[in-house]
Design a protein around this ligand. Structure first.
Ligand code: M6R
Length: 605
């Protein structure tokens, strides 16, 4: 993961780099660092932890210079400490890196044999050392020779003490954008830090390298021949993420769900019909589909798993939910009649991007559901459906998850209609019912106090099982992930029937089991599984629609939520689980928006 930033221009670089790193902190917060060049003098500052630590360290120090690079780290190779923090340097070079150099051990061993010493445990440090070795006064040539030796992924920001007026960058399989300013230019891992200064950007392709001065951007292709690049005007406004009255972004983002789900649904529906304007697939294409793969990581995978059941039930098409990191290496059987749907909030997740690439190479039709316009996945799929969740800052996704699910359900209805697998009446009722989701989500949010009270009871637990069948199994995985990632409680989501095939041996007196029952059809089955764990001492807490409460009186704690049709109920069912996770973590006093070891966007595999 990691975020990189670079600046060249007329202003002091330090403030610009620190501000940019704050915007990129969602990519990792194990350490931060900057390198600034002023009249051949390179100043480097690093600090462990969040960017505020680096800022604090720099308080009172003046690092002058109008050329610099910065980095916020999510540790892959080597501990999260100051020595391993970027930039990494050699005599003439300072380098920031996002990605993984897969053959770094081999390079390191060869360099060590030539007497070159290393300070850090990182894979990155081989890069400045190689640049140094390949440097004879021509930086581009040193970069050319260096990247030729690198295997893996990289976005690199490079400065050289001999070139006080030039910033260099290059990339392969990690994102990198150049911001074109007025008498100043920038590089960054994503568009956000650039939008404070410019809305004009150059998107580098893999293998391209840029030489950037305050007034000029020169881009070279993989053969190092100069190439013309389009400067795109970005329509996005800088949407300063602000917690407002909320103590945490996560809570704010949960409270935003009614509004953003409504906007996302409005964009894909019209007069009771699912509408995907300019979709490049015909009715005949949909009829010819033989399979749907829904691919993502983490919560995005859970959206796919819930939708898989609906695609089979409603669109009558074999559907498979796949973890992107598994799918890409599994030799899936794909042809031109497969639809591969990639789900990603960030649009930059490395495994999801690789899965998209594979699907396209194998000729599948591809659709992405992404929250960040201009992201790589959005740009590379045949068709992108933008969720309108707005900037999501908390590492634990909430509002993006809900928007993805709402939009994917609508795509399921669209597919079903194109295949004549459901009636127009069914589809219209479902679309109209989906318009009621925002109000129903609001009603769940109004139960925040009840969930907070439950969280107080649960804050001391060390283990929790989430049990459900069918779509509730998908929701159980999401409920478990939400709680574990921010509260550090050992949580597992299970198909309700599966526990007794081994894992039930973990149930002891007061082990908490959360039962999810969104549908009356499966109620007796899931209830019998919950009774089994209760008989072994578990504390059972059930989440169910209001209409089923009467059938669940035997359980001491039942949290209800508004009813809907089976296609849509998971969109309501997940909200109390998000709130419960939030309040448990808050009761434990944990850093909710930036849980340990995590990053918002996982751009390495
Ligand atoms: O940006 P993406 O949607 O591709 O990210 C996928 C996962 O990394 C993400 O959903 C992750 O699991 C969240 N932390 C879950 O809250």
């Amino acid at each position: 993961m990691c975020g990189i930033i670079g600046y060249i221009g007329k202003s002091e670089a330090t403030g610009i780099l620190l501000r940019g790193l704050k915007d990129l902190e969602y990519r990792g917060y194990d350490s931060g660092g900057i390198a600034v060049l002023d009249k051949k003098r390179l100043s480097v500052a690093k600090a462990k932890g969040e960017i505020r630590n680096l800022k604090k360290k720099l308080d009172g120090y003046e690092i002058r210079g109008c050329l610099g690079i910065g980095h916020t780290r999510w540790a892959t190779h080597g501990k999260a400490n100051e020595i391993n923090a970027h930039p990494h340097c050699s005599k003439h070079f300072a380098v920031v890196h996002n990605g993984i150099i897969e053959n770094y051990k081999e390079i390191r061993e060869s360099l060590a044999m030539s007497g070159i010493a290393f300070e850090s445990e990182t894979d990155t440090e081989v890069i400045p050392k190689l640049l140094e070795l390949n440097f004879n006064g021509d930086v581009l040539e040193a970069i050319r020779k260096t990247v030729k030796l690198l295997e893996g992924s990289y976005a690199l920001g490079i400065i050289c003490t001999d070139k006080e007026d030039t910033l260099y960058c290059t990339k392969k399989a990690s994102p990198l954008i150049i911001g074109a300013g007025n008498g100043e230019n920038f590089i960054a891992s994503d568009i956000n830090p650039l939008l404070h200064y410019t809305n004009r950007a150059v998107y580098l392709e893999d293998g391209e390298t840029a030489e950037i001065s305050a007034h000029k951007i020169r881009v070279f292709d993989r053969d190092f021949k100069e190439t013309d690049k389009e400067i795109k005007t970005i329509a996005l406004n800088k949407n300063a993420a602000d917690k407002g009255e909320y103590r945490h972004f996560m809570l704010k983002e949960i409270y935003e769900e009614p509004v953003v789900v409504r906007s996302s649904l409005n964009a894909v529906t019209e007069d009771g019909e699912p509408v995907f304007s300019d979709i490049p697939f015909t009715e005949a294409d949909f009829k010819a589909l033989n399979r749907v793969y829904i691919v993502g990581c983490g919560s995005a995978y859970h959206v796919g798993l819930i939708a898989k059941y609906n695609f089979e039930k409603i669109a009558k098409i074999p559907a498979f939910a796949e973890y992107a990191g598994e799918f890409r290496y599994a030799d899936p059987v794909i042809d031109g009649n497969c639809l591969v749907i990639i789900i990603s909030q960030s649009g930059e997740t490395a495994d999801s991007l690789a899965a998209l690439k594979l699907a396209k190479e194998m000729g599948a039709k591809t659709i992405s559901i992404v929250n960040v316009p201009e992201s790589t996945i959005a740009n590379r799929s045949d068709y992108n459906i933008l969720t309108l969740a707005g900037a999501e800052v908390a590492v634990a996704t909430t509002k993006a998850f809900s928007c993805q699910l709402a939009v994917l359900n609508t795509l399921c209805l669209y597919t079903a209609r194109k295949r004549n697998a459901c009636t127009e009446v069914f589809s219209e009722i479902a679309v109209n019912m989906s318009q009621l989701l925002p109000k129903k989500i609001e009603r769940v949010i109004a139960k925040a106090d009840e969930l907070h009270a439950l969280a107080k009871e649960l804050k001391g637990i060390t283990r929790c099982f989430f049990l459900g069948r069918n779509v509730d199994f998908g929701v159980s995985l999401e409920g478990a992930l939400k709680l574990k990632e921010i509260s550090y409680i050992d949580c597992v989501g299970y198909p309700a029937s599966e526990l007794k095939h081994g894992t039930i041996s973990l149930i002891e007196k007061n082990t908490v089991c959360i039962g999810l029952i969104s549908n009356g059809d499966l109620l007796p089955k899931t209830v019998s599984n919950l009774v089994e764990v209760a008989a072994r001492g578990a504390r059972v807490i059930v989440f169910a629609p209001e209409s089923l409460a009467g059938d669940l009186e035997q359980f001491e704690t039942v949290i209800t939520y508004p009813d809907s049709i089976p296609l849509l109920t998971p969109s309501i069912e997940v909200i109390p689980l998000q709130l419960l996770a939030y309040y448990v973590a808050d009761e434990k006093g944990l850093p909710i928006d930036k849980p340990r070891n995590l990053a918002k966007s996982v751009t390495v595999e």
